[in-house]
Write a protein that binds this ligand. Structure first.
Ligand SMILES: [Fe+2]
Length: 249
């Protein structure tokens, strides 16, 4: 597993250099605009609840690793509640036609975000090798760790405007995303490194790491395009260039 973790680390650094991260770091853009992709991220944020509960979790657990995955699933599987709170705080809880909302959530502009969720379900639902699920979790956690680190910095700026804590975008969420599976164990990383993989397992694991990172990269690139086209106060209806919103209020 050590080589797989090394690949994840490499992909993590690559992911951290992407255009989405640069956008989050650009202080010339209003923090609300830098997080204007939030509503479009809903298909993933909400599906993640089911992914943790129905795909990753297995009760009662039949191994130490499944027990760790279960613990992880209870933690990560409840973060959607924070997402809803943030959407409310950010003013996206306005009444909207049900059918318009459905069109938005399953629309053209959230395709990659949905695909990212679908692929995770596709990879893990019928996967019988728990180590492959672990590889997927480790890859997801690496992307989450990098993205939430940058997002939390934007949320700090946002807090100056909203005067409220942002449970999903803020530091408290980042604090929960250590970059590794969230299980009550002191030496998680050492334990993971000590796991031996066969050659075929290693080969499959490398493919899965590449796949998860490719999906997250495409999804976050899609979110960047969304934030560039939708003013933060009109995310559902208007698609146009938002150069006028580039300066902080
Ligand atoms: Fe999370």
């Amino acid at each position: 597993m050590e080589e797989v973790l090394a690949l994840i680390e490499e992909k993590k650094h690559e992911f951290a250099q992407g255009p989405f991260m640069k956008f989050l770091q650009d202080k010339s853009i209003d923090p609300r605009q830098r997080l204007a992709w939030g509503p479009a991220f809903a298909p993933f944020a909400m599906s993640f609840k089911d992914f943790n509960k129905n795909v990753l979790r297995k009760e009662p657990s039949d191994s130490k690793l499944q027990e760790m995955i279960n613990q992880h699933s209870y933690e990560d599987g409840r973060h959607w509640i924070w997402f809803l709170q943030d959407m409310k705080i950010m003013g996206y809880d306005n009444p909207m036609n049900y059918t318009d909302m459905l069109k938005f959530l399953w629309g053209e502009e959230t395709q990659k975000v949905r695909k990212m969720a679908y692929d995770l379900f596709a990879i893990c639902t019928f996967e019988e090798d728990i180590l492959m699920k672990l590889v997927v979790i480790e890859s997801i956690e690496a992307t989450g760790n990098v993205a939430l680190f940058e997002i939390a910095k934007v949320a700090k700026e946002l807090q100056q405007i909203t005067k409220q804590c942002h449970p999903y975008f803020g530091e408290s969420h980042y604090a929960k995303e250590s970059g590794h599976i969230q299980a009550s164990m002191d030496d998680v990383e050492d334990y993971l490194k000590s796991i031996q993989l066969t050659k075929p397992q290693k080969k499959k694991a490398f493919t899965l790491v590449e796949k998860v990172f490719a999906d997250f990269t495409e999804a976050m690139d899609e979110m960047l395009v969304f934030a560039q086209k939708h003013p933060y106060d009109l995310p559902f209806t208007t698609t146009r260039n938002i150069n006028q919103s580039r300066t902080a209020a």
